[in-house]
Each structure stands twice: as C-alpha cells, then as structure tokens.
Design a protein. Structure first.
Length: 328
C-alpha cells in the first residue's frame, strides 16, 4: 500500500489475540502497512504470552484483561472478537465465564468501535449443533440443545451473532461474522483437549490415545494457515460487501479414529484405547463451502490432514522439549 496518509492509518483491537487462532491473525495484521496500532486484549485464560513472544513491533501492545471489562479512552477502526475458549474441556469447566466472554465481550467491545468501524466476530460450527443435514450450509438453522453440556458455548455464539446482525439491521454496523469448523495447528495449548492436539500430546507423553466411542464420528480438519488465509481475506483484505455468516473450514471429512491411527503411525509405541462416548458429541461436522468459494474466489483449505498433523506434531515436540532442555 503506497501513499497512505495519516487519516488512512488504522487502529485495530484483537480480543483473544494471544490465543491459538488470534496470534496467527496478529501475524497477518502486523504485515499491514496501514496499521498504526494493534492492541491485543487477552485475560490469558486459554491464551499465552508465548504466542506473541516472537513479535518485536512497536505497534503491538498486550493488555491483560477480559474482553467484557476492558476499558480505554482509545477507539478503534477495526475490532476482531475471538475472546472465548473453543475447546469443550475449557468452556464446560466455566460456562458462565464462557457466556460472558462472548456476549458481554461483544457488548463492551462495540462501545470501543469508532463510528463507521468494522466489527469482526469468530463464531463456530457449533451453532449447527448435532446436524441433521450434511454438509451444513449457512442457511441451516441447526439442531442445538439449549440445556445441554455444550450450550454455554453454542448458545453464547448464537446470541452474539444475533446481537451483531440486529445491530447491523438497526444501526448500520459494518460486521463480518465467520463460522469456523475444526481448526488445528501450531500454538494450540498442550492441554487444549480437542482431538488432534489431545492425540498428539498423549502420543508424546503417555503413549495412549483416548478415542471416545467407536471413533467413527467425523470432523472437517482445517489447518490453521489455510483458515487464517480465509479470515484475513474476509475480515479486511478483500473488498467484500457480504457481512456473513460465512463458513470457513475444510470440507473433507475424516473420522476421529483415522486421525488417531495416523498419529500412532508417526509416534512408534503409541496405542489407542476406547472410552465411553462423550454426551452430545456431534456425529459429523462438515461445512458447505459454496458461499465461501463465491465470496473468496480461489480460497480453499488446501493442506491435507497428514501434512498438517506432521507440522503440528513437530511444533508440539519442540514445546515439550523446551522445558526439558531448560531443566537439564
């Protein structure tokens, strides 16, 4: 971008920017030549300072605070709201906190947006519940149990979508909403608890991978670089009038058991045990990407799960090796 004037320079806030996906988005934001200031707001519940440790950029600052109570006199041209745990292990452990992060976080952050600014929200495929149609298009209204064990996450995402689209309808808010399907890759917490990260950490520690049920439940595994490519294009890079919701994910389904077997093949000596199924664990999850391919021509989740898992495994190995090396 050449010839950027002072008035064209942007102040951006990323809530949850030290988390897994958030820190990858920070990577992309700092490549922008129109970026004047980037504020990451994160209470470090599931995020980590380490995810931002490789940055040395005076435009970037970290505010350790919850999105729902963060206060500042600054106003922002763009706000990206990612401040919520995405793993059942974490959001089931503190449902009230999860609901506050999504809904109260959105209310508070909207007050920090400049007039005419853009608000981007990371919603989830969980809004489709245990789907009765596959693949799931954005028009599918879902099969969600509002009293079930996953409801704090599912319903707070759905409610936040309603808040944003109603604000757009009544006040003209410039909004962008994505529904992310299963994302994996480097910078996932070792104790994240979702399938791929859980299998890799188990393979590298106990050597025993836990598969719930028969493992035939399928997921669409999106490698983080591909997913962030889509987010970057939709949130700020492409000149798009569509506001969402937009499915972003990999539309190639692979059973959980196949993922576990492949990780076992990469870590000699590891094995699989089956446990009782998790209550209300969706049987399948696959995005209909018809709309995404029209809105983001040329974009796709191109990384196959084998290549993506190999790269993720290498990152986990480096993370587990670092404390051991320091102790030695």
């Amino acid at each position: 971008m050449h010839g950027i004037t002072r008035k064209d320079r942007r102040a951006v806030l990323v809530a949850g920017g030290s988390g897994f996906i958030g820190s990858h988005l920070v990577d992309r934001l700092l490549q922008r030549t129109d970026l004047e200031r980037l504020v990451v707001v994160d209470n470090l519940w599931t995020g980590s300072r380490q995810n931002l440790a490789h940055f040395d950029d005076p435009r970037l600052s970290l505010e350790v605070e919850s999105a729902e109570i963060f206060a500042t006199s600054q106003r922002f041209d763009e706000i990206i709201h990612l401040a919520s745990p995405a793993s059942p292990r974490w959001y089931m452990s503190d449902p009230a906190r999860t609901i506050r992060a999504n809904i109260s976080g959105a209310f508070n952050l909207l007050g920090l947006l400049k007039p005419g600014g853009r608000f981007c929200f990371s919603s989830t495929s969980e809004v489709y519940g245990d789907p009765l149609v596959s693949p799931q298009p954005e028009s599918y209204r879902g099969s969600v149990d509002c009293t079930g064990p996953r409801s704090s996450y599912d319903e707070s995402k759905r409610c936040t979508e309603a808040l944003l689209f109603e604000t757009q309808r009544t006040q003209g808010l410039d909004v962008r909403v994505v529904r992310l399907f299963n994302v994996y890759g480097p910078r996932t917490r070792i104790d994240d608890g979702r399938a791929i990260s859980n299998f890799i950490s188990q393979a590298l520690t106990t050597g025993v991978l836990t598969v719930y049920g028969d493992g035939l439940q399928s997921r669409s595994w999106g490698y983080v670089d591909d997913i962030v490519d889509g987010l970057e294009r939709f949130f700020w890079r492409d000149n798009i009038s569509y506001r969402g919701p937009l499915n972003i994910g990999n539309d190639y389904e692979v059973p959980v058991l196949e993922i576990a077997k492949f990780i076992c093949s990469l870590v000699p000596g590891s094995s699989i045990v089956h446990h009782e199924p998790v209550p209300q664990d969706p049987t399948n999850r696959c995005p209909d990407l018809t709309l995404a391919k029209r809105i983001l021509p040329g974009w796709e989740a191109a990384t196959g799960y084998r290549d993506g898992i190999r790269q993720t495994l290498e990152w986990f190995q480096s993370q587990l090796a670092a404390p051991a090396a320091a102790q030695a």
